[in-house]
Design a protein around this ligand. Sequence first.
Ligand code: ZN
Length: 242
Amino acid sequence: MASLLYFLCTFLTFSSYFREISAVNYVVKNEAGLQHTGGTKFENIIGGIPYTIQIMGQINNFIWSTVLQENTPEDRKVLENDSVFVYIKDFIGGEAVTWGSNRINVSAVYLRDYNEPMDLKWEFTSLLYHEMTHVFQWNGEGKCPQTVVEGVADYTILKANFFPPGFKPSGAGKQRDQGYDYTARSFEYCDTLTPNFVAKFNKMIRKTYDVSFFKTITGKPVEQLWKDYKAKYPGVNYSRLN
Ligand SMILES: [Zn+2]
């Protein structure tokens, strides 16, 4: 009996390990290098390539299992070279950016100059939760508004509990498609009407996008949704939060 149990445990451990490494490869390059203070901080404070590869695996699994609930290979995007690439690069104009289908640039300048309010390793991890969502999410083959795409990426950091102190509270925002944390909070409200709203929404926008998808999933037209959402948080003065 004990040996059967041992066999099962070994088999399960091996098979889950194999599945994880065979599904996606994580490739990390510190192109800024050690002559750049941001590149040095990446190595010494964040934990460099080993930490990044480890956290990419965790984030990948979190996005597939919890946020997008893409539980079979058919649900998922086919990644170029079955890989996600992260480059630490010397560029100005943003914290990080996802480009191509599966490449993420993190600014060494941002890492160099970042000094609050969370520690740098936390901030880097939060950035990867956001950017890796862009790698795995659907966007209606480009037809989904960018504000909504960014809302899904910020919904990931909200669900992962990696949202920064400045993240907007529930009820903030002037309009329903304001993007980023504003939209992420409104998706959280949609979850209360239809559990796993974002996962369902993401599946619907695989090939196209239509604003009627909100009604299909929640039963309420999008303008009504926004009205009800705002009414639920009457104390939030959005003019001061923008
Ligand atoms: Zn983004």
